[in-house]
Design a binder for this molecule. Structure first.
Ligand SMILES: Nc1ncnc2c1ncn2[C@@H]1O[C@H](COP(=O)(O)OS(=O)(=O)O)[C@@H](OP(=O)(O)O)[C@H]1O
Length: 310
């Protein structure tokens, strides 16, 4: 590099010759300057109020080392609020989630999120952020920075199924926003083990029951469009995801999407979803049924919904 620079200097007769790339950079700066003058003349200092590249919160490097992201700079409210054209706002801004899939582990949470992402008004993080259980000390700015950009009217979502059994999660989510909508995918506890009523009590200390939607893990497999209809209503979304979006893949043994988000190809969940389950002795299954029955009854009573596990 140093040697090349020296050669360039020599060829330029002592003066630095301007490379094509350098010229392009200079022209771009000049262009931005002209744009700033144009905006200031019109009373809009848009450049100080629109997303731009800058180092994000200190912890970004530990969070998602993958792609560097744009973060909004001192914008009051959302993109578009300042009356700026959308192209100028870098296609929206990052928001804290308004809805979170909080559980349960192995309930079908990935399927639900993948299906919901088909909706044009839903934007979601792919990976599980684990903010309210493992990463809380990193702060809300770190959390928000993980979120995809959204435009007005779009909902930001994430799923981390371990939140449901995390003692601190209800208080923490409520501190972020009391209005956060919560979704729990539940599945026969004989299949995945767990006492839902016990954990739900913690959530009800912070959220009214009407702010929590319980999705049946079994129906999400037998009638995905039906369950997605309930979820869209709960989120206040237009019912866009319907039967037409699904097909039953015989090899996989599960419903799959005819077209995944941002693709025209059919999409089933990966190998870790829908694993073969071992045969369990019928006597053991019966004992598990008997053990869970009273807890299930309590859960049905609390939610006002009979999940038909008995
Ligand atoms: N459409 C579709 N395709 C594949 N799998 C489906 C689907 N719908 C629901 N399921 C069930 O989802 C179970 C995995 O649940 P989660 O995604 O919540 O698991 S995790 O806690 O995030 O690991 C997974 O559990 P296992 O069968 O035990 O693998 C599936 O039964």
């Amino acid at each position: 590099g140093a040697e090349k620079r020296g050669r360039r200097r020599r060829r330029g007769g002592g003066r630095l010759s301007v490379s094509a790339a350098g010229r392009r950079r200079r022209d771009k700066r000049a262009g931005l300057g002209a744009l700033r003058i144009w905006l200031i003349k019109r009373g809009i200092d848009g450049i100080s109020c629109c997303p731009r590249l800058r180092p994000g919160p200190a912890l970004r490097s530990r969070a998602q080392p993958a792609a560097p992201s744009l973060s909004p700079v001192s914008c009051p409210g959302r993109a578009g609020d300042a009356g700026l054209p959308l192209f100028f706002n870098g296609s929206g801004s990052k928001q804290l989630p308004q809805a979170v899939i909080i559980g349960v582990k192995k309930g079908g949470t990935r399927a639900l999120l993948e299906f919901l992402r088909v909706h044009p008004d839903v934007r979601a993080v792919g990976a599980e952020p684990h903010f309210f259980d493992r990463n809380y000390e990193r702060g809300l700015a770190w959390y928000r920075d993980l979120m995809p950009r959204t435009l007005d009217g779009q909902i930001t979502m994430e799923k981390t199924p371990s939140y449901f059994v995390t003692k601190e999660a209800p208080a923490r989510i409520s501190a972020m926003s009391k209005g956060t909508k919560l979704i729990v995918v539940v599945r026969d506890p004989v299949t995945r083990i767990g006492i839902y009523a016990k954990h739900l009590e913690n959530w009800l200390l912070y959220f009214p029951i009407g702010q929590i939607l319980f999705v049946s893990g079994e129906r999400l497999i037998s009638d995905p469009a039906g369950e997605l209809g309930r979820v869209q209503d709960f989120l206040g979304l237009k019912r866009i995801i319907t039967d037409k979006h699904f097909y039953f893949n015989k090899t996989k043994g599960f419903p799959c999407l005819k077209k995944a988000e941002g693709s025209s190809k059919p999409h089933c969940l990966g190998k870790t979803k829908g694993r073969p389950h071992p045969e369990i002795d019928q006597e053991v299954v019966q004992r598990l049924r008997d053990f869970y029955r009273p807890f299930n009854m309590k859960f049905y009573q609390m939610t006002g919904h009979d999940f038909g596990w008995d």
